[in-house]
Design a protein. Structure first.
Length: 305
């Protein structure tokens, strides 16, 4: 018997008539009759007899019923499982992110994703670039949101967004126009580390201009740079998103010499991604662009004040 034969057989057993079986299967009554007739022709015996109480299984059919019910139950289980897989139910998406993205992008993205897919588990970790790449290579993460730089050959990078770094000044500062690297260095610039994705861009720009802050303090985490500016420790350069996070406490201004940075999603080249993972990436992409537009609008408004 073919699967379609089994579906029709089970529907007739369940409902007791061809017309009711057709309604259960959402097909026409002639369609059910044709499938039943074809099954009986292939088997070489009759499966049902018409009686006053409807379709009555023959002795041969009664012997088939337990086996067909078991098989039909397995088919329903497969159908249910495929629907769960389609929705991502019971799956876990493992996400990594640079620290700067944790609160400004990942937090609202997670809220939105959980609203859409409450049945999917999400594991989120924030780490520095090198650790995130290592976790991806060791299959501890499905993908990571990072600042752009060279990744190992086993990983693939998907560019999402390009922008320029911004300067952080104390809220009391009267400046309202783009600041130069020279001015920042003269006002106790708090430095990113050289091996940092954005730090590499900054250090190269300073080297090109033969600039070096006096008694520099090298800081690995961008939010710590902002906290140091807030505490009166100098001025800083950070990414657009960290700048937005501190916009109500500090002065956020463009830098006269653009210091470009890129945001990208990184994943393993040899790992296909689940539907749940792809959906989460799309939510992150949308939140990233939404926030980026807000950040740029706020910087323009800051200059206009």
């Amino acid at each position: 018997m073919r699967l379609r034969h089994i579906e029709v057989f089970q529907a007739i057993v369940d409902t007791g008539s061809i017309s009711a079986a057709a309604r259960q299967l959402n097909v026409s009554q002639p369609n059910v009759s044709r499938v039943l007739s074809h099954a009986e022709q292939q088997l070489g015996f009759t499966l049902f007899e018409r009686g006053s109480q409807g379709m009555i299984p023959t002795l041969e059919a009664q012997r088939l019923i337990p086996e067909i019910r078991e098989l039909y139950g397995r088919l329903q289980a497969i159908s249910s499982l495929t629907e769960q897989l389609r929705r991502g139910e019971g799956q876990t998406v493992r996400v990594g992110a640079a620290h700067a993205f944790g609160q400004m992008i990942l937090a609202p993205a997670m809220v939105e994703y959980r609203r859409q897919n409450g049945f999917v588990n999400v594991d989120l970790v924030t780490e520095h670039f090198s650790t995130l790449c290592q976790n991806l290579l060791e299959d501890r993460l499905d993908f990571a949101l990072v600042f752009g730089q060279q990744v190992p050959g086993e990983l693939v990078a998907e560019p999402l967004f390009h922008s320029s770094m911004v300067a952080l000044l104390p809220a009391s500062s009267a400046l309202d126009k783009p600041v130069t690297l020279e001015w920042l260095c003269e006002n106790n610039l708090l430095m990113m580390q050289k091996e940092d994705p954005l730090g590499h861009v900054l250090h190269r720009a300073l080297k090109d201009k033969a600039l070096q802050p006096a008694n520099p303090l090298y800081i690995k985490t961008y939010s710590v740079i902002a906290d140091m500016v807030l505490a009166g420790g100098g001025v800083g350069i950070v990414d657009l998103f960290t700048g937005r996070r501190y916009a109500e406490q500090l002065r956020v201004l463009p830098i006269a010499q653009p210091l470009p940075f890129e945001v990208m999603l990184v994943s393993r080249r040899d790992r296909p991604q689940s539907q749940s993972t792809l959906q989460l990436k799309q939510v992150i992409r949308s939140k990233l662009w939404e926030l980026a537009r807000q950040c740029e609008a706020q910087i323009h408004a800051e200059q206009a004040m």
